[in-house]
Design a protein around this ligand. Structure first.
Ligand code: ARG
Length: 477
């Protein structure tokens, strides 16, 4: 049943209905719509539209509906209702009769849907924050286990300088930490309640909107009714936080796909996250990682679709805005799944330390050390850089590492080179020298692991969970 019978003498065309209805995707807002409706019934009671008894009856019925929806959300899809707001209202009327028809007093689906969506973002955001934490914990754990595992570091995909597997893990940890703060930031900005803005001009009932906002766990009420019903910034902010994080996930996935390749053989993923080929029996493909990489495009697509939809939309609500949901739901689901899948890929991972060490030893990755050595003997860096370049060419010609060149050969490049040069050219020395903050030296990596663990421990402390979503006030703010 539609919500506006009186104005119309013809029924809607079935094709238009199918085109217009949003229930098949906005059914996911059922819980939020019910919680928002309960809060609205209390607001109506406070201004005398509902008696205490009527409000209690509505609240009871709405709570029953919530339980039933949480048990079986798919039941909603069997209905002909246009959207989740109509569905909830109809269910209420079926349960309590005419009293149910009072609930929509002073409210519009415009402020309702805006509120529902913010409640949903908040709840989903909390889940994603947890997944970001879990992935970061996984990275800290692997970093702890591979503190001493040497890995060639690359620039331009050429071996550049040795690093450690721990240092690599911690690089991604930094990215996910920024994603966490980006999401927290988006969540704190969307923490304002549009309910009580009516269709666009505000509600004609003297409702205390700040009290209503607090009742729903929001920091405060939104300030302008026109903006309240037309604002979808939060949808785009959530998707842009998702996009940036997917970008990080895709880079990590790509690194791991390369490390897992036959060409490098640095790591081997567990059977549990790989798949075989239907034709080639020897294959073990990194599908989980490839899908993470692949799904990144889909999240960007949702963000740009929404930006295009909202671009140049006149105030206030327009039906175009119904297009916000499918992309948002898909982007958030995808982000969530990919974070969890990335964490899973580290479970049972084997790191072939011999291969990573061997690769780090090749490619003259200690050339910078030789230049630094010459600097320590008083040669200006630019000159030292040139001398080492010539030495590298000679090593390449002889097919050996720099440290394999005999002292007499090295001295031909520069007479200041002495026997102590060899100690500086070892991998251990390459790592140990980089002891300034953020470098790969073992003590800096230990420090970074400790600091990351401290940040995570603080966030993992049990959060007090109150009414729907109010949990976000604890731990994350
Ligand atoms: N299904 C609609 C949406 O998602 C709800 C708001 C409808 N408002 C309206 N004025 N038609 O945007």
């Amino acid at each position: 049943m539609a919500l506006w019978g009186g104005r119309f003498s013809q029924a809607a065309d079935k094709r238009f209905q199918a085109f217009n209805d949003s229930l098949r995707f906005d059914y996911r807002l059922a819980e939020q719509d019910i919680v928002g409706s309960i809060a609205w019934s209390k607001a109506l009671r406070s201004v005398g539209v509902l008696s205490d008894d009527e409000q209690q009856q509505l609240e009871l019925a709405l709570n029953e509906l919530k339980l039933s929806v949480m048990e079986n959300p798919e039941q909603i899809l069997n209905s002909e209702s246009e959207d989740i707001h109509s569905w909830v209202e109809q269910q209420l009327i079926d349960k309590v009769g005419d009293l149910g028809k009072k609930l929509h007093t002073g409210r519009s689906r415009n402020d309702q849907v805006a509120t529902d969506l913010k409640l949903w973002c908040r709840q989903q955001g909390q889940q994603i924050l947890l997944s970001l934490d879990k992935l970061q914990q996984q990275l800290v754990d692997v970093a702890g286990q591979h503190h001493g595992t040497v890995l060639p570091g690359y620039t331009h995909l050429q071996r550049a300088q040795p690093v450690t597997f721990a240092h690599w893990c911690l690089a991604y940890l930094e990215m996910f930490e920024r994603d966490t703060t980006r999401l927290q930031d988006a969540l704190s900005r969307l923490d304002t309640c549009p309910l009580g803005s009516g269709a666009l001009a505000g509600t004609a009932y003297p409702i205390d909107r700040d009290a209503l906002a607090q009742n729903l766990g929001f920091r405060r009420a939104t300030r302008n009714s026109l903006d309240s019903v037309s604002d979808r910034d939060h949808v785009m902010e959530m998707m842009s936080a998702a996009s940036m994080s997917m970008l990080h996930l895709s880079r990590m996935a790509e690194d791991m796909i390369f490390y897992n390749s036959g060409e490098s053989g640095f790591i081997e993923l567990a059977d549990t996250v790989t798949s075989g080929s239907s034709l080639m029996p020897q294959k073990k493909n990194p599908d989980a990682l490839e899908l993470i990489r692949g799904r990144t495009g889909r999240v960007y697509g949702s963000l740009s679709a929404m930006m295009m939809t909202v671009k140049a939309l006149p105030l206030a609500y327009n039906k175009d805005m119904q297009e916000d949901k499918e992309g948002l739901f898909d982007a958030m689901d995808t982000w969530h799944d990919c974070l969890d899948m990335a964490a899973l890929c580290f479970e049972g991972i084997t790191i072939h330390k011999d291969k990573t060490l061997q690769a780090a030893q090749q490619g003259h990755a200690n050339a910078t050390e030789l230049a630094d050595y010459l600097v320590s003997k008083g040669i200006p860096f630019r000159e030292a850089h040139h001398i080492v370049g010539v030495a590298v060419v000679s090593a390449i010609e002889q097919g050996c590492a720099l440290e394999a060149l005999p002292l007499e050969t090295l001295q031909q490049f520069s007479p200041v080179i002495e026997d102590d040069v060899y100690a500086m050219l070892t991998i251990e020395s390459c790592l140990a020298q980089r002891r300034a903050l953020g470098g790969v030296a073992p003590e800096q990596v230990s420090f970074a692991i400790q600091e990351a663990q401290k940040r995570l421990d603080k966030r993992f402390t049990p959060k007090v969970t109150g009414a729907l979503g109010a949990a976000h006030r604890f731990g994350y703010h």
